[in-house]
Design a binder for this molecule. Sequence first.
Ligand code: TRP
Ligand code: ZN
Length: 906
Amino acid sequence: MLDRQDMPAAIRRADYRPPTFTVDAIRLEFDLDPAETIVTAELSLRCLTETAFPLHLDGEDLTLLELSLDGTALDPAQHVDGAGRLVLHELPPRAVLRTRCRIAPEANSRLTGLYLSNGIFCTQCEAQGFRRITFFPDRPDVLATYDVTVRADAGSCPVLLSNGNCVDRQSLPDGRHMARWQDPFPKPSYLFALVAGRLDRLADTFTTRSGRQVDLHLYVEPGQAARAHCAMAALKQSMAWDEARFGLEYDLDIFNIVAVADFNSGAMENKSLNIFNAKYILADEATATDTDMELIEGVVAHEYFHNWTGNRVTCRDWFQLSLKEGLTVFRDQEFTADHRSRAVKRIRDVRTLRARQFPEDAGPLSHPVRPDTYVEINNFYTATVYEKGAEVIRMIHTILGEARFQAGMRLYLGRHDGQAATCEDFVAAMEEASGCDLVQFRRWYSQSGTPRVTAQWHVEGPASGAGPGAGGQALPDGGCLVLTLSQDTPPTADQAEKVPLDIPIRLALLDGEGRPIAAWLEEAADAAPDRSAPGEHLLRLTGPRQRFRFRPAEAQEHAPLPSLNCGFSAPVILHADYGDADDAFLMVRDPDAVNRWEAGQRYATRVLLRMAAAEDPAMAVDGRYVDAFGGLLRDEAMDPSFAAVAMVLPEEGYLADQMAVVDVDGLHAAREAMLRAIALAHRNVLLGMHARLQPARPYRADADQAALRAQRNAALALLGLLTEDAEVQRLVMAHYRDADNMTDRLAALTVLAHHGQEAARNLALADFEERYRGEALVLDKWLAVQAQAPRRDALATVRRLLDHPAFRLSNPNRVYALIGAFAMRNQWRFHAADGGGYAFLAEQVKKLDGLNRQVAARMAGAFGRWQRYDGPRQNLMRAALESIRDMPGLSRDTFEIVNKSLEVGK
Ligand code: TRP
Ligand code: ZN
């Protein structure tokens, strides 16, 4: 166990100080070798302040072989402190520091710094990996130009890459060769990258709108180039879109992407040399689903967009991480929305936010979009910084409108180009360019927690007599609808006191047919600058409680029904006066597709929670909801991509978040019973849908065909619950067997593995395993399907699969597919009452911590919401957390997560 004095110290945003020295230029030389790589660095240091000493350069796991200052050799042993940093007691205002270090890439299992992935040398420097390569002020506000020479064995490393332009290539003695790369743009160390290995290349070009021809090179493991076309197309689309929508052009003559098998996160935006988890590059119809392809497009776009929002303008310090991440996520969301169904993209993003960010904000790891403190920065690449950060940008966009938002972008990028900036700089630019007041809005950056907005409404007659908010009541001429909105944010683990936020709420008032009515807003807190739809209003809820009076242009036969928070305009939890009848109406009639989906989800949530509370959930199925669902299914005019998301019931994890104490078994039983009831009641409609929606052959990956497959597979998933129905089971088997693409095959495999009878299940799983032997990324799907199975033996299966030849604890994709899917996507089995799931996860976290602490810490996050469960489960989870915390030599990454989780229990 860690002693108090060994506890890793927290770093505070308030303690930020500008650097005392900067590095104007760095020359690096790499002599690559798996066991002993020699890194020579020459730093041109320049003093920025008067009192600069002693100067500490970051370093970690480096063996310093030589050290010299302006040509004078110094004793390495005298200049490295206990923490591994290089200490210089005195320096002239300008100096050239030269170091020679030894590192061991093949021993680097943490996948940060320089490491080997399937024999390929590659780097991951964000956030603090560069210090594992050489001594350097490893902070994002030190921007240098890089001149990099790479020497390696020509046979095993024919490809040598780094940032910028290749200025020299030569053969060397002893079968080695070299390449020299220069990056003209000053950049922080976290954007440095190097790749060397045996790789195949897919090449293409893009001509920017000002006529610059850019070489696009996509590098993959040998034999995989045919699977890189989807990513290449996405890259070109991203480059064109950033010009068209944001007016932003690429700035070098070359753009490289490398895909590697072992990678901690999705991908990394290193200047002109993006490095990707192979999972976000490699795709073809036989091995990737439509969803995978959409994800790939989004990640390729995201990393490309970082060239402006991240690289040209970077972050001053890591507390500002959302400056680049929230903004870039917003940009990639808009990219996908502009190319596919905007509504469905929004619905998916709302689902992710609710599944990942809301729980984070309500648990022990709660933090603001711009955190105030951290122990390990790698733990802050969170749903809050990314997804809630993107929501904050989206709200600014909603308040300003597209034109003024883009003016703000131009001001921000123009003003801070080449600089390390802050979230405040961004908001100030948006404010200045638009003339909009964002003073109170800034609190979204500093306040954690999800605001709750409560909405109530009633009709007031012309004479002033206030009527109750009864549903069918008329709204006479001269009357108005009074809407009261209030907000409060519950205290969070990190912040007790909360203040009101500036919350933009889009809304429409709907008549009895679901049409928005024209109405005047009488006491506008703030008028809408841009109305995105006729009859829509934009309110800004700034106080704890506000009243808004709407006077319809014409008398209404029925009191209008407000459709609130259209397009999910604010990331809040909405409590409104809707009843089952309102939601049944809105789920088919609301013209705002996001709210149409929302009404269906809200209705289902209410029904499922009622069922879960019943003695026997299966006996408590709500027939009216089953009927309403049938209305959805019979609407053949519905956009298939929308229908596909509308046909999915809220996940068990989301339902659990709505309960004071999670009823693990009740929720599971209720949801399964409802799915079965829907399938039974609408069997023939679903069969008809399955027959009708078969896309034309040949297979195309485009959005139209993908939408048909998605809806058809949603029908299949429901039908799959009818385990005893021989005709349906034959259909599922045929769907599996006849699939000519991974989307359909995986959909059928999931149905069989989750609900199929033993023989069919085993047959399909064995066939899939055999068919994709050696295809690691496809077998990840096979692992995940089994880990998520709602079956009593799920944990036993997961334990058995740990020994499967396709599984490797050292590869993050495998860990997420098996251990992550079980702990985070199988609520029913992970939270099994016997604690087996908890003991299993604790065991794996402890093993992982010595191997890859970033992945271990992420897995440990699955215990985060332990206090929301019943007493016996709490005790089991607390014991599991304590056993991790007490492990000798625990990393500070895992320690921070586990300790914060335990602290809230005190
Ligand atoms: N900057 C990357 C992105 O969002 C994130 C990232 C890549 C990362 N590699 C990482 C974060 C390693 C933490 C650790 O595009
Ligand atoms: Zn990013």
